[in-house]
Design a protein around this ligand. Structure first.
Ligand code: SF4
Length: 300
């Protein structure tokens, strides 16, 4: 039997994709991933004083959102999609991106979400959380797969504003990279709403490096890099960051970050780029997998 989307033609698929995109936006803002919930609960048990009070507010915000469907934090974010497109999944790429954009607009209207997206020069707000180039859509191809995987991260501005990039010299080595990460987290202080996940990109070109730092925050909280040397570096950076004592919401404490995740790419012999992208405590993300027979499953 031919897959449903091949049998029925493309309109059905793009209508479904609009609904999936809209559903992911609402889900990401209201249904925090289990790994984020566990991290918040774990830290709430160890912190004391003002930091503990802030953690209690976070736990309560999650609970209220679960019971009422109100978004966990007021910031609806700026939407970034990460798409894995199977080469045997029948889709027109341009129409896919358009459907994802339309879904964000539909969800904004249906759920009365604040529109956080403006034109960068005029500051005009279309009131639908879209604009030129937004949502930002990254596509990877998966050879031989019949599935379409869509991950949405509506990135809060508090944490996205705390993004850093530096083209270090090779002479500064990996110790220069570590110093830059620590300096960045100290500079960010309470502004990205800690406890955070610190995404670190190393290598590549300037834009690839910044993209790797963002890709790093997509991993479930604390999932180590598969290469032991990189995983060890993540642990050392995490210990150094938590030793700063910035703590939850900058109120002092033993946990400034839940985790550090590192991703890397090869680079030029005379380059040593490093980038930092921070995810706030809310850790919003939602995912859907669509198979070519039309089945949709949701996750994180
Ligand atoms: S950084 Fe995160 S937790 Fe802080 S205000 Fe923005 S979305 Fe909310």
């Amino acid at each position: 039997m031919l897959p449903r989307y091949i049998q029925t033609g493309s309109d059905s698929l793009y209508d479904d994709l609009v609904q999936v995109s809209a559903g992911l936006y609402k889900k990401a803002l209201t249904d925090l991933p289990p790994d984020v919930r566990s991290a918040v609960n774990r830290v709430a048990e160890v912190e004391v004083g003002g930091a503990r009070t802030r953690l209690d507010v976070m736990v309560k915000s999650i609970d209220v959102s679960d019971r009422t469907g109100i978004i966990v934090c007021q910031d609806t974010g700026i939407c970034v999609f990460f798409v894995k497109l199977g080469t045997d999944f029948p889709v027109n790429g341009a129409k896919l991106i358009d459907a994802l954009r339309r879904g964000i607009a539909v969800a904004t209207k249906e759920h009365d979400l604040r529109s956080s997206v403006v034109h960068p020069i005029t500051r005009e707000n279309r009131q639908d959380n879209t604009g030129v180039g937004i949502p930002d859509v990254h596509v990877e191809f998966v050879d031989g797969s019949e599935e379409l995987e869509i991950l949405l991260v509506p990135k809060g501005s508090g944490s996205e504003n705390m993004s850093y990039l530096k083209m270090l010299s090779p002479a500064e080595g990996i110790s220069g990279v570590k110093r830059f990460v620590l300096d960045s987290v100290i500079d960010a202080g309470p502004r990205p709403c800690p406890p955070t996940v610190v995404g670190v990109g190393i290598g590549g070109t300037a834009d690839l490096c910044a993209g790797l730092a963002k890709k790093a925050i997509l991993r479930p909280v604390g999932e180590p890099h598969p290469e032991p040397e990189v995983a060890a570096m993540e642990q050392k950076l995490l210990a150094a960051i938590n030793a700063t004592g910035i703590g939850p919401q900058g109120l002092g404490g033993s946990v400034t970050s839940f985790a550090v995740h590192v991703e890397y790419a090869a680079t030029h012999i005379s380059m040593n780029p490093v980038a930092v992208n921070i995810q706030c405590w809310r850790g919003e993300r939602a995912a859907a997998t669509i198979s070519s027979d039309g089945a949709v499953s949701y996750g994180y």
